[in-house]
Structure formats: structure tokens, C-alpha cells
Ligand binder design. Structure first.
Ligand code: S3P
Length: 170
């Protein structure tokens, strides 16, 4: 199996960790959101604003399928919602070794509060709303994330420590 997928809620560090793991393994690193942005020639924010979430989820599925079938020696950082729609998780499990970057809610909220603007689902929430939203959303998504082949808890760990753990697991 030569594709590793990183799964986890927004703010769990999937993109940053994917680059480090790829470097260690001499694999290519790819971020699904960035790939969608380059293919659609629009930011994720603009895709949500101009075409809506359903269009985004359709395109997300299309590019996920394309990448998983075509690429090799790849570390792919998924979007926070990618495993949670349609049968995306089955596809992920079939074509990759998946690692769930698990974080506690306060860790996620503290990270996300510094970069809410980049994420259309949480951009308009105030601090209290953000905590409530993340708790509820994570509860809904957890059952998808937990199907991953491996789980790494990321709270209070450095990117290097997380990378090391992943490289030992896979
Ligand atoms: C989403 C997470 C985002 C991006 C989009 C939707 C989600 O990716 O795909 O804004 O549904 O959780 P990150 O997890 O990289 O922020």
C-alpha cells in the first residue's frame, strides 16, 4: 500500500504533518483542499460561497477518487469532512493506510479560533458558538474517523513526535 491518508477534524494538523511524514518516507505530500483549489481555480471559501457545500462535496469526492486510484507513494491530507460523506471512508480504507489524528475539543477550539476565516463552516461563529459547534460536529463525525487503520493522539505533541509515531505505525 503506497498511499497514506491523514484523517481528522479541522485544526488537527493534517497538512503540516503530511509534509513531514512525506519527507521522512520520500513520498509526495498532497493536501486534498489545495488540490481542489488548484483544479477548480478557486479558494475553498469561494467554492462554498459561489457554488455551495453540496457542489464542494461532489468535487471533493471526485478528486479523492481520482487521486486514490492514480497516485502512488503519497501522503494525502484529507479535509475534515472528507471521510464523512457518501462512501468516501470505504474508498479511503480500500486504497490507503489511514491515520486518524485525534485531538481533544479544547485543543481544536484553541487552534481554530486563530484561523476561523479560512474555514467556511466556522467563519461566522463567536467563541462560545465555536466550542459548541466543534463538540457537536466532532461527536457526529467521530464514528467515521474511528474507522481509520491507526489513531495517533496529537494533544501536546510536537509535529516531529507525531511524525515519528506515524512512521512507526505504518
Ligand atoms: C471541512 C474542512 C476543511 C475543508 C472545508 C470543509 C470540513 O478542511 O475541506 O472547509 O467539513 O470539516 P480542513 O480540515 O483542512 O480544515
Amino acid at each position: 500500500m503506497s498511499i497514506i491518508t491523514l484523517i481528522g477534524y479541522m485544526g488537527s494538523g493534517k497538512s503540516t504533518v503530511s509534509k513531514k511524514v512525506a519527507k521522512r518516507l520520500n513520498f509526495e505530500a498532497l493536501d486534498l483542499d489545495e488540490y481542489i483549489e488548484s483544479q477548480e481555480n478557486k479558494s475553498i471559501n469561494d467554492i462554498f460561497k459561489e457554488k455551495g457545500e453540496i457542489y464542494f462535496r461532489k468535487q471533493e469526492r471526485f478528486y479523492l477518487d481520482q487521486i486514490l486510484r492514480e497516485k502512488k507513494n503519497l501522503v494525502l491530507a484529507l479535509g475534515g469532512g472528507t471521510p464523512c460523506y457518501g462512501d468516501n471512508m470505504s474508498l479511503i480504507l480500500k486504497y490507503s493506510k489511514s491515520v486518524y489524528l485525534r485531538a481533544h475539543i479544547p485543543t481544536l477550539v484553541s487552534r481554530l479560533s486563530k484561523e476561523q476565516d479560512l474555514r467556511p463552516l466556522i467563519a461566522s461563529l463567536d467563541k462560545d458558538q465555536l466550542s459548541e459547534f466543534v463538540a457537536k460536529h466532532l461527536f457526529e463525525r467521530r464514528s467515521f474517523y474511528e474507522q481509520s487503520h491507526f489513531t495517533v493522539v496529537i494533544d501536546q505533541k510536537t509535529v516531529e513526535e507525531i511524525t515519528e509515531e506515524i512512521c512507526l505505525l505504518i
